[in-house]
Design a protein around this ligand. Sequence first.
Ligand code: SAM
Length: 289
Amino acid sequence: MQKNKNLIINGNMNMELLLNSVKKPDLYSTLEEPFWDDPYIAQQMLEAHLNPDWDAASYNHKTIDQIVEWQIKYLNLKKGAKILDLGCGPGLYCTRFSRYGLDVTGMDYSGNSISYAKKYAETNDLNIQYIYQDYLTMDYSDKFDAIFLIYCDLGALSDSRRDLLLQKIHKALKPGGVFVFDAFTRFNWEQQSMRNWYMSESGFWSPYPHLVLEQTVDFEAENVLLRQYTIIDSRGEVTTYNLRDHYYTKQNILLLMKRYGYHVQDVWSDLTGKDYEENTKCMGIAAKK
Ligand SMILES: C[S@@+](CC[C@H](N)C(=O)[O-])C[C@H]1O[C@@H](n2cnc3c(N)ncnc32)[C@H](O)[C@@H]1O
């Protein structure tokens, strides 16, 4: 995230700042910038998670119900089975898994989401362990029957961080435990490279009236689609957010998982177990230790 307050200097528009803000991003200089650290955006994210009908930040809640139901059946998870939900957000999956009697741990490093999740569990008498932690620093051994990473979050990580996480997850699984996650394919975006703009009175990016300049850049060689949002608000503040999505093919997933010692059991078109189709926008994957 890049924040600048000086769009107007001595009554003149700082065009250099504007040009720099919207220039084609460099993939390697824009990694690992958590955009949800901003308190306003964190609140917007929480609202997006909790809206039952939106497919933003989380899948809509009907889909979440279907995912949980299918995964419990598919993985044959019995009461007391130990599961870990990485990037659990406000606990939409943890809550449901816990109601099926599983022994649930949720980990996230959004303070806002974790405190919502903890309060919800307390109020609803659910015994869920919520941990406020960067999952790249976790250190479990042979502990979980299943580990989940949902909403294509693996794709947001750079290759080195992704590889580290895959090793940590492998270590954290019991022998025979399963890692369940989803990943975008190239078909998720109709246009790979595009530019767009819109005005908003107030919205996801800012509580102030603002202009959004949006561009997506396809780094084909790296299989990464980078979405850049430059927000210019009524106070003259210019903020640029870069969001990356690594997209995969089924073949790439099989190779990647093999490299880290997993055996891919199944690849679906989503995490509800829908049959895999060649041009699916997303894949659901179950990989065994
Ligand atoms: C797109 S949301 C998905 C949330 C949840 N899996 C769902 O589908 O409802 C991604 C979540 O991952 C969390 N997250 C991202 N990177 C993380 C990290 N390194 N460690 C812990 N949590 C992380 C974010 O705070 C956010 O809550």
